[in-house]
Design a protein around this ligand. Sequence first.
Ligand code: GRG
Length: 303
Amino acid sequence: MAEPELGAAAALLTEARQIVDAELERCANRLAAEVAGPLGEALAYALRSPGKRVRPALVIAAYRAAGGRSDAIAGIATAVEVVHTYSLVHDDLPCMDNDDMRRGRPTIHRAFDPAIATRVGYLLVPVAAEELARAAERLELSPAATGALALELFEAGGIRGMVGGQWLDLEAEHRRLSMAELITVHRGKTGALIRAAAALGGIAARAEPAVLNALRGYGEEIGLAFQVADDVLDATGTTEELGKRAGRDVALAKSTYVSVLGVDAARREAIRHQELAVAELADVSLVSESLVALARYIVMRPS
Ligand code: GRG
């Protein structure tokens, strides 16, 4: 992490972690009190899991880049992290990727059981919606802007985004995908939520349409860069470094950027998307060291 941009990204991720983890802790305590027994404990366990908080950092950086200044952006960043968290819970289930380790800890169905993990996944969907609605109120957004926030997040989390991408990904196991098919899978499965994170920051800051489109374009490119880097890490990292089992793509016979392009060309592809992302910002003269730093971090990250 010698590059100055990576230092700036690390500082932003630390800030995002502090801000969002406090909100997640509040949610975890509320749910553990409201939902009796192991299900309440599992909900709290899921919300307390230590991720990198890349998506919250993107929300916050995009919000500030578009001129936003309120602390209430924390609630929007939390809503995105909750969507990401429940997607990981379901992704790890035995009927999906069947993973036993995530974020350095046993997955929810391992720590509890698959029925509880399934419930945790869908019970967190309305938690994300509540967080978003409360934050929109605190940000004093208009009904139209609040609707736009909800549409951006839940469209990205739905069949036209994450759920649709996951579905295609599962269908594609044991089949060799073309580059075009691979991009379609990952634009939905991973890219849509990352794109939404950048756009949500813009909507919350009442960005003008050109700036909002640039943030979406930036998010689209780093969303793809994120997945290319993820494929490279799965092929080259260790289980200890990643906090999740390495080498799962080969074990599940998945087509990835690495299986289609090889490691070196995949790394170059990630950098190409990083550069396209930064160019989207430059096109509308949007100056944000944080967004540039996060784009760099996404391709250079160690886990
Ligand atoms: C429960 C309604 C509902 C939907 C779930 C399972 C599913 C639908 C979608 C899977 C989406 C998914 C898990 C995509 C992978 C994205 C990815 C590369 C995750 C890793 O993100 P990091 O590295 O993880 O940011 P941390 O742990 O740091 O947050």
